[in-house]
Design a protein around this ligand. Structure first.
Ligand code: GLC
Ligand code: GLC
Length: 675
């Protein structure tokens, strides 16, 4: 019998009079019918009640055809495809059976409201448990702090068991099912998750699925000569194949080691290690790896996670002769994980971490793949605008890449635990007369403080002397000028640096999507150069912006300071905290800030950024001045942008009329609405 292609005419299946749009649909259905008895057996054995079984089967029927097509596309040619397919399905059934009841409730609510994460009430924060509070139990004591600041989303940096010594800040995981004993236990994690949910705070954890640590059980078995587990990784006896791949690869961590392969002495073999030499890339062309990682994903999800941050998504599929980044199969893999989550843990959403070309970033964002994504393009271009005092590249980029499909959102951030890379599009730069190569050189010099007149104090990360590439490490405050200003004891500069920080925050809080702070930003944390004392950190300059929380600083927030303190560090911290807290509070009361849509307005002034946010009948016009000099915007222009004759700045409560030009002070940002 010849196979029909997907688009051929429906045909009747003899044994039940049912119709299928294609031969593929028929085959998906037949496969599920064959597997179903095993699924039922599994659910019965786990004592899943009838209504929960019905709900699971309903979701399975809905998402199976897509899941089957995706997995068949990736693995259909493998001798052991059917075996793994069955295992994958049983893994999903088991995960659904083990879903804690409070998560089943949020699963139900979210399935009726697929844009639940579009809310203006969501404001995120990210932190390392050890550096912030010591351990998971003590983190519970900080819930009141998160609430005081206004956070409703908490990303805990990787907290699972890691290799000893350097573990890339937790990204070299040796066991996805146990918490790093220094931080606590799985029970502590599930308890914390439940507490956060009671307090209305979402929990975000990483799914580090591109690689494991070199001491993960699978890697150890591979090292012991077990072929089944050697097939979990990319391991080669000599350079023949590595050299062929290497010819078209980008180097991600060139200061760690040249190229993407590491010689492993004990195994006497070359191992694919995109990042650090101890992070072994998983081989997803092997369906056993997909199945094994699906199990780990469900385990993590069921501890009480609302959002899984999919780490290093760009790198998960390799094909010789390509850059091995952003390949179509990488998308199919994530879509397959997404379908599995829809079936077993439906309230869970994915966040993409793709720090790549803006067009490639977008390709990971859809309801069928990652519902939310870091917005590295906006991040980099806000810093670019701050350095140049001009918004043209930012406009150019926003007009091309800000729009997202329904049921998805950006996560907008200024700093995270990683570096800043200048990932803007070269053609966008060329379009407005900027030479991309030279501009990146300028930005690197600017943010490492080498450019004359620069306010920034960043340091290089992964400088590649061959290509001239470099990324930037540093905290928000140090990059925005506070470190330098304090050293110079220059009050005017201090004031300007605080304004810069608040300007950037005012944009990420208003531009559409979920704003995400890196904790410490809220009081102006500076670079900490002490990391070089710790041998496990010394080789990675990103630790400069990952210092330990200084709880004593927060006492400054509470006290009433006397006049002598007015210019002291404590008063600066307090000023930043209170201003940010206020902005967060304002955001949460502005319905226009829900959702994702923006309308950009050209102002004719190169230093200004102007956009409208419109949602549910309300409208806010945001105008931001990226210059340290006052700027004006024409009243009539504001009227065209939808403001009435009288309007006010929600951030200052100051009122204006369109009869007069509106003045913006140095680095000032306005959130304008009708009165
Ligand atoms: C991601 C993480 C980064 C880490 C890398 C390897 O990019 O954000 O910190 O080094 O993955 O896991
Ligand atoms: C590269 C990777 C990104 C990772 C970063 C860490 O930019 O693309 O995934 O976060 O390196 O420095």
């Amino acid at each position: 019998m010849t196979r029909l292609t997907p688009n051929e005419t429906p045909f009747d299946l003899a044994d039940g009079g049912r119709t299928f749009v294609s031969r593929d649909a028929y085959e998906a259905d037949l496969t599920l019918r064959r597997l179903m008895p095993h699924v039922t057996e599994c659910l019965d054995a786990l004592e899943v009640d009838e209504s929960a079984q019905t709900a699971f089967t309903k979701r399975l029927n809905e998402f199976w055809p897509e899941l089957f097509a995706l997995l068949r596309g990736l693995y259909g040619g493998r001798y052991d495809f059917y075996f793994h397919l069955e295992q994958i399905l049983l893994t999903a059934a088991k995960a659904s059976a083990e879903r804690p009841s409070h998560l089943i409730e949020s699963d139900r609510r979210r399935s009726h409201d697929p844009e639940w994460f579009h809310s203006e009430k969501i404001v995120g924060g990210a932190l390392y448990v050890d550096l912030f509070s010591g351990n998971l139990n003590k983190l519970t004591d900080s819930i009141s702090y998160f609430k005081e600041l206004g956070l409703t989303y908490l990303h805990l940096m990787p907290l699972f068991a890691v290799r000893p010594g350097d573990s890339d800040g937790g990204y070299a995981i040796s066991d996805y099912r146990s918490v790093d004993p220094r931080l606590g236990t799985i029970e502590d994690l599930t308890e914390l998750a439940a507490r956060l949910h009671e307090e209305g705070i979402l929990l975000v954890l990483d799914f580090v699925f591109n690689h494991t640590s070199d001491d993960h059980r699978w890697a150890q078995l591979a090292q012991a000569g077990n072929i089944e587990y050697q097939d979990f990784y990319y391991i080669y006896p000599d350079r023949t194949i590595p050299d062929k791949y290497q010819a078209t690869l980008r180097e991600i961590f060139p200061t760690v080691r040249r190229g993407s392969f590491t010689w492993h002495d004990a195994s006497e073999a070359w191992v694919w290690t995109t990042f650090n030499s101890f992070q072994w890339d998983l081989n997803y062309s092997n369906p056993a790896v997909f199945r094994a990682m699906a199990e780990e994903m469900f385990f993590i999800a069921n501890t009480g996670v609302d959002i899984l941050r999919l780490d290093a998504v760009a790198f998960i599929w390799k094909q010789m002769g390509t850059s091995c980044e952003n390949l179509p199969e990488a998308h199919q893999l994530i879509q397959a994980f997404n379908r599995l989550a829809r079936i077993a843990t439906p309230g869970l959403i994915f966040k993409s971490e793709a720090i790549v070309h803006p067009e490639d970033v977008l390709k990971y964002v859809s309801p069928e793949e990652c519902q939310i994504s870091y917005n590295p393009t906006l991040m980099a271009l806000l810093w670019e605008s701050l350095a140049t005092r001009k918004t043209s590249l930012l406009y150019q980029s926003l007009s091309r890449y800000h729009k997202l499909p329904p049921q998805t959102a950006w996560v907008n951030y200024l700093r995270c635990h990683d570096d800043i890379g200048w990932t803007f599009d070269d053609a966008d730069a060329a379009h407005i007369g900027i030479n991309a190569y030279e501009h990146r050189q300028f930005l690197n010099r600017f943010y490492t403080g080498q450019f004359e007149g620069s306010f920034a104090r960043g340091i290089p990360f992964q400088e590649n002397h061959e290509t001239g590439d470099m990324r930037i490490a540093g905290t928000l405050a140090s990059l925005a000028g506070l470190e330098r200003a304090i050293e110079l004891q220059d009050n005017r500069e201090i004031e300007l640096s605080v304004r810069r920080m608040l300007l950037l925050q005012s944009v990420t809080l208003s531009i559409g999507g979920i704003p995400l702070l890196y904790l410490g930003e809220e009081w102006g944390m500076l670079n900490d150069y002490e990391f070089v004392q710790d041998p496990a950190k010394a080789g990675d300059t990103r630790w400069v912006h990952r210092p330990k929380m200084r709880w004593e600083f927060l006492d400054d927030l509470k006290e009433t300071l006397d006049a002598d303190d007015a210019l002291a560090d404590r008063s600066i911290r307090r000023q930043i905290f209170r201003a940010l807290q206020r902005m967060i509070e304002k955001r949460k009361h502005l319905a226009a800030f829900a959702g994702q849509d923006i309308q950009l307005y050209a102002t004719g002034n190169p230093h200004l950024l102007c956009f409208a946010r419109i949602h549910a009948g309300s409208r806010i016009l945001v105008v931001a001045n990226f210059s340290e000099h006052p700027q004006q915007i024409d009243g009539n222009l504001l009227r065209t942008a939808g403001l009435a004759r009288f309007f006010e700045n929600t951030l200052s409560d100051k009122q204006y009329s369109t009869e007069q030009p509106v003045q913006l002070e140095a680095y000032e940002s306005l959130w304008l609405s009708r009165v």
